[in-house]
Design a protein around this ligand. Structure first.
Ligand SMILES: Cc1cc2nc3c(=O)[nH]c(=O)nc-3n(C[C@H](O)[C@H](O)[C@H](O)COP(=O)(O)OP(=O)(O)OC[C@H]3O[C@@H](n4cnc5c(N)ncnc54)[C@H](O)[C@@H]3O)c2cc1C
Length: 457
């Protein structure tokens, strides 16, 4: 169907101001733009209600038009990028808080509410929504659920899915389904809620989520500790666990990531710093202070220097700096091919060293940083986004990263998902029988393969 006709038909369904032309640039890329990815769409739909989402899906089903659900567009796998035309269905206008019961520690949000708004609303009532993926001002809660996003505090509190008690979604051919809700336990039926979590827009369009919340810890006390290299740094990370310290977050930066982001570090970098560990203690003021002291003691061994800010403004500055690491690395050459492999914690040092070695073999500057406690690295090759030959080399190097993760007993994705850029990589770590089940689940939800076709496959 011609793009103009398609737009006109969608306008008939949704109204004139809820459809944009397919070449509206802001809807054709995500955070993979720095590795040269940009898509092509026939129309952008901006529904405002679940019923309108259902109407779009019904129309797409009837006309065999592919649909790409889109949240905040911060994904690192091109999951929201329309690779080959069709309708981009943006959830940005489903942005209402449906219910908020602070005294019962729960809330229900439409999919387009921004992650930072969820966290802010909880905090204003003395509550805490722990998942903290780094692009929170732009990402949507629906996108976080669709990718099962992690973040620094996943180490203690788990990833987004751990906080979802219910999901409302529209599935093909345009039916609204609700699984779970505000109940905290529900073992009736197969766990369709869990299937939707992390399904990356391939099984249905999430329109609302019920979340459980926690009373906010009274204090958050981070500790930043520098080492001369990965060997000492990884040993320090293992000491935190070995000493039974329940850190809320346990992050790392290797030497090259530190070189990129270090100039804006809110404090002094000791000379010779080649590895940084950031841990955080939380809890009541007394508990956080005791845990912070334990962290300082354990992390100080073989360290070049330890910083442990207490002032909330300094604590905020440290985490804002940590959130900016990805951007600082991108700024080195303008782009990056960055993956999110995960390995068992005792293989982290090998994965950090191998990331650099793979980069060297391909003539690429490389670095890694990430969620050390979860063994989750952002292994990265820095590239000029306009240099296609270098991007090609970096994509080949990324292939070696996936093989490395599997060889070390890990996974090709710890938090960003498979999307488009990792298509085919599941086969590296799953048996044919598991892959077939995966395909049959997709087939059961979306027999015509119209929902985010080619992604998470
Ligand atoms: C600076 C930066 C830091 C980041 N830090 C982290 C981090 O610490 N941890 C982490 O896990 N990720 C991180 N990310 C990646 C990204 O923010 C997460 O993957 C996030 O969950 C994506 O949400 P989004 O709303 O932007 O989704 P999008 O990018 O729009 O979409 C992501 C995928 O979800 C699907 N989708 C989106 N909304 C819906 C919906 N309502 N229904 C069905 N499918 C949907 C899309 O089709 C796509 O496949 C970071 C990204 C950036 C740019």
């Amino acid at each position: 169907m011609a793009a103009k006709t398609l737009c006109r038909e969608l306008e008939g369904l949704l109204g004139l101001d809820r459809v944009l032309p397919g070449d509206t640039a802001a809807y054709l890329c995500d955070a993979t733009e720095g590795r040269g990815l940009r898509g092509r769409a026939d129309a952008i739909a901006l529904p405002e209600t679940t019923e309108q989402v259902a109407a779009v899906l019904r129309w797409c089903d009837a006309n065999d038009v592919p649909v790409v659900p889109r949240g905040g567009g911060t994904g690192f796998t091109a999951g929201a990028v329309p690779i080959d035309g069709g309708v981009v269905l943006s959830l940005e206008r489903l942005d209402r808080v449906r219910s908020f019961d602070p005294l019962l520690w729960r809330a229900c949000f439409e999919a387009g509410v921004r992650t930072a708004s969820v966290r802010r609303l909880a905090r204003e009532s003395g509550l805490f929504f722990p998942p903290d993926p780094g692009a929170a001002e732009q990402s949507h809660i629906g996108g976080n659920v669709a990718t099962n996003a992690g973040g620094p505090h996943a180490f203690k509190y788990g990833v987004t899915g751990a906080w979802v008690t219910g999901i409302e979604a529209v599935v093909m051919p345009g039916e609204v389904v609700s699984v779970g809700g505000s109940v905290r336990k529900d073992v009736a039926g197969y766990d369709l809620r869990a299937l939707m979590i992390g399904s990356e827009g391939t099984l249905g369009v999430i329109t609302a989520v019920w979340l459980r919340l926690l009373p906010a810890p009274e204090a958050f006390l981070p500790v930043a500790s520098f080492y001369d290299g990965a060997h000492a740094g990884c040993a320090a990370i293992e000491r935190v666990l070995g000493n039974g310290i329940p850190a809320a977050a346990l992050e790392f930066l290797d030497a090259a990531a530190l070189a990129a982001a270090g100039p804006s570090f809110p404090g002094e970098l000791p000379p010779g710093a080649g590895f940084l560990v950031i841990a955080e203690a939380d809890g009541s003021a007394a508990e956080a202070s005791r845990l912070r002291d334990d962290l300082v003691e354990v992390l100080a061994q073989d360290s070049l220097g330890v910083v442990s800010p207490e002032d909330p403004a300094e604590v905020g500055a440290l985490w804002r700096w940590r959130d900016g690491v990805s951007i600082a690395v991108t700024a080195q050459l303008g782009g990056k091919v960055s993956e999110d492999i995960v390995v068992p914690l005792d293989r982290l040092g090998e994965a950090v060293a191998e990331t650099i070695a793979i980069g060297e073999r391909h003539g690429l500057p490389a670095c890694s940083w990430g969620h050390a406690g979860d063994g989750n690295l952002h292994s990265t090759f820095m590239v000029d986004p306009l240099d296609e030959e270098t991007i090609q080399r970096a994509e080949e190097a990324a292939g070696e990263l996936f093989a490395l993760a599997v060889r070390l007993g890990g996974s090709v994705s710890g938090e960003h998902g498979i999307g488009w850029v990792k298509r085919g990589r599941l086969a590296l770590q799953w048996t044919p029988a598991a892959l077939e089940l995966h395909e049959r689940i997709k087939q059961a939800f979306d027999p015509k393969n119209l929902l985010n076709a080619g992604k998470k496959a």
